[in-house]
Design a protein around this ligand. Structure first.
Ligand SMILES: Cc1cc2nc3c(=O)[nH]c(=O)nc-3n(C[C@H](O)[C@H](O)[C@H](O)COP(=O)(O)OP(=O)(O)OC[C@H]3O[C@@H](n4cnc5c(N)ncnc54)[C@H](O)[C@@H]3O)c2cc1C
Length: 493
């Protein structure tokens, strides 16, 4: 079939690759001048600054996408380990390095805390691995047609129940570790799913598996290289990618009804297609491209993940000697911080902040002797109580002062700031780049589905549909979308 993919985000690129693998004729239509979407890149004054995802996990999933089109990842992007994966700095001044290798990490925990906690870490890894295996095939890498599909893989479901997958994450992590600092470093990942450790179910510890056990990686040339590499591989395989081409409407056989027939670009040009794969944020796509079709209730009324302020900068000078690629500076408070962020909709009183130094161990991202800074503070999304048009400068000023006081160089050559209003202007619902939170009832069969009976031939891909948020998940979503296109093709025969 002839398929148009709207958007060259990682989800759209993955879908395109999986569609090519299935023999479809694919055109990608992207509004921006470069691929990647949220995994973007700012190039200026000799700096290459990533402005999206920073923690790369599960490179095998990216490799699968390259392999799907008969290419090798290593020919397009070089992925290397980030070790230590994180440097965790606690409010009491203690520091823990999260390192690759279970034994190596156990030794680090023994140094940092004690031998009992180190032994617990090894048991924790075994538990996480089992959890991942139970979830991946049956609940993550799968399409859902109804909530009943949740009980079909009953063996895996039963295993998750037995493993305590439906208890609260903080309690489960607490059953492995007594040291509160270790509880933090192995549970903060629930924030990637938009949830506090005290509200998330233990099944979301699968994210901790993906980073702390499977490891954190970094593509040479920056995170954006994942997207530019994929786009190059697709182009080499004959896929047309049209940039600077905003889709203004999804065309249907009879006005606002019937099967999709293609897309309208820039308000006048039409590209015909038998199926359309849609990568823009799902609620925004319903509002802006599907004139009149109502988005699923959960997308309209659901609970969206917290957002963030991101400050990226090219700065003069080098970071302190003990700095790592990813540095998490925890505030004093823990549950109170999540409550502020998620329940009260206000800034964390004592914010934890992520400082990533992409240029620390990768050449070519900053001029010799200079550094790239990537600083992210989680904040409420636009459902919260912060008036960003008034508060932005103060909050950004605070973040910069904090980063300087932590010893990082802050003599700025080039910089960009993104706050929730910026994310919203870039097409992200409620001003969050992290889509609907992964509460149980917004996950799997309860998340906005990648197909909608009302619009035959339209398939969604990306973080606002199945399976969910983050680079590994959106890469998987491409495969799920391609399966849906195949189902549609079959239904038309
Ligand atoms: C600051 C930040 C930090 C993050 N940190 C991490 C992390 O550390 N690890 C991790 O795994 N994930 C992280 N994420 C999340 C991850 O980046 C996203 O989940 C993922 O990149 C989303 O990909 P996507 O394909 O769903 O959407 P997008 O990347 O948003 O792709 C959508 C594409 O559609 C295009 N588009 C939109 N409208 C139109 C239109 N009308 N016509 C044509 N094209 C259109 C857009 O330009 C874009 O290219 C982070 C995200 C951000 C922003």
């Amino acid at each position: 079939m002839k398929v148009v993919v709207i958007g060259a985000g990682l989800g759209g690129l993955s879908a395109a690759a999986q569609l090519v693998a299935r023999g479809h004729e694919v055109t990608i239509v992207e509004r921006d001048a470069i691929p990647g979407g949220r995994a973007g890149m700012v190039e200026s004054n000799g700096f290459r600054l990533d402005n999206g995802p920073t923690v790369m996990t599960m490179p095998n999933l990216l490799e699968d996408v390259f392999n799907a089109v008969g290419t090798e990842m290593r020919d397009y992007v070089t992925i290397k380990k980030v070790d230590p994966m994180y440097r965790a700095v606690y409010a009491d001044g203690s520091e823990l390095n999260v390192v690759h290798g279970r034994q190596e990490m156990a030794e680090e925990i023994s140094r940092f805390s004690n031998k009992i906690e180190a032994a617990s870490f090894l048991k924790f890894c075994t538990w996480l691995e089992k959890l991942y295996k139970a979830e991946m095939g049956s609940f993550i890498d799968t399409n859902f047609n109804s909530p009943l599909d949740l009980v079909k893989p009953w063996r895996a479901g039963l295993q998750l129940v037995k493993m305590g997958g439906f208890t609260k994450l903080d309690k489960k992590i607490g059953s492995f570790f007594k040291d509160e600092r270790l509880q933090r470093i192995f549970s903060f990942q629930s924030m990637y799913a938009g949830l506090a450790p005290y509200e998330a179910l233990s099944i979301y510890a699968v994210i901790t598996y993906m980073d702390s056990v499977e490891g954190v990686y970094f593509p040479e040339g920056g995170m954006h290289s994942m997207a530019s590499g994929l786009a190059n591989a697709l182009t080499d395989k004959g896929v047309t990618i049209r940039y600077n081409a905003p889709v203004t409407r999804i065309l249907r056989s009879s006005g606002t009804n019937g099967a999709v027939t293609g897309v309208e670009v820039g308000g006048n040009e039409r590209i015909a297609a038998d199926a359309v794969v849609c990568n823009p944020d799902l609620p925004v796509a319903y509002r802006t491209l599907l004139g009149g079709v109502e988005a699923p209730r959960v997308a309209r009324r659901g609970k969206y993940s917290p957002s963030c302020v991101l400050w990226i900068a090219g700065v003069k000078g080098l970071p302190p000697a003990n700095a790592a690629h990813h540095n998490i500076h925890f505030g004093h408070d823990w549950n109170g911080s999540f409550k502020a962020l998620i329940e009260d909709g206000v800034r964390m009183p004592d914010p934890s902040v992520l400082v990533t130094l992409h240029s620390l161990d990768t050449k070519g991202l900053a001029p010799e002797g200079d550094s790239s800074l990537y600083v992210l503070e989680p904040t409420p999304n636009l459902d919260g109580k912060i008036d960003w048009s008034r508060e932005r400068d103060r909050i950004v000023g605070d973040i910069k002062n904090r980063v300087a006081s932590l010893g990082y160089p802050t003599d700025v050559v080039v910089e960009r700031v993104y706050d929730p209003l910026d994310w919203e202007a870039m097409g992200m619902e409620r001003g969050t780049p992290f889509a609907l939170a992964h509460t149980f009832f917004q996950t799997g069969p309860f998340r906005p589905n990648n197909v909608d009976k009302k619009v035959p031939g339209l398939v969604f891909v990306g973080s606002s549909t199945l399976p969910g948020v983050g680079v590994p998940m959106v890469l998987v979503s491409g495969k799920l979308a391609a399966e849906r296109v195949d189902e549609y093709a079959k239904s038309r025969r």
